[in-house]
Design a protein. Sequence first.
Length: 234
Amino acid sequence: MKKDRRFNTPFATLNGLEIRKKPKNPKPPPPMERDHLISENDEDLFARAMQGVKRIKNDQKILEPKDRQTEIELIRQKMISQDQAVINELNNLVMGTRPFDIASSGEYLEGHVTPIDPQTIKKLKAGKFTIQDYLDLHGFSREEAKFALESFLQNAHALGQRCVLVIHGRGLKSSQGPVLKTQIAQRLTTGMLSRLVLAFCSARPCDGGTGALYVLLRKRPRKSIWKKTFDSKK
């Protein structure tokens, strides 16, 4: 009886094909032979890498001091001097009496504590700090100007003001020159006022020019020591 060819028989062509079974335990391929087998430890590798390198001779000689006791004493004095410089700087920071760097050119005058952020003094010279108050010392004697300046700056600092204007005049009509200007610069950089002042410089022409000074005060502490003491006793 012949099969009906009307049906699709896709595997008819596979009739009589021999199927080979895969072995259950195939043998591993033989290991590949290496032409050069290198087995070196770290010392051998380093020695091979340093082939041809020559050692540089050290021609620096450390001389022994002739007098060891004198050398030791010099080192001790240097250490004491360095320690004292650190202590002095810390005291200046606490007391607000760091040294001032003062510069003058013609009638122009400026000064600031050291060190200071260069951008701060640059901003002050450009008049970018808002002037919150001013003191006009025209017609004041030297003694009157001294007390007026101290009172003015103390009050300004107590109120939290940062930048004020002190008008001292150019002293062109005085036979002694700008006396008040010199006196104010001394007051701002020494004594009690130096603890309040951060920087100062001659004002711009619109604010009095070299006849006036911008004075930048230190920031007032947010909480005074007296208030801290009072709060701790509560």
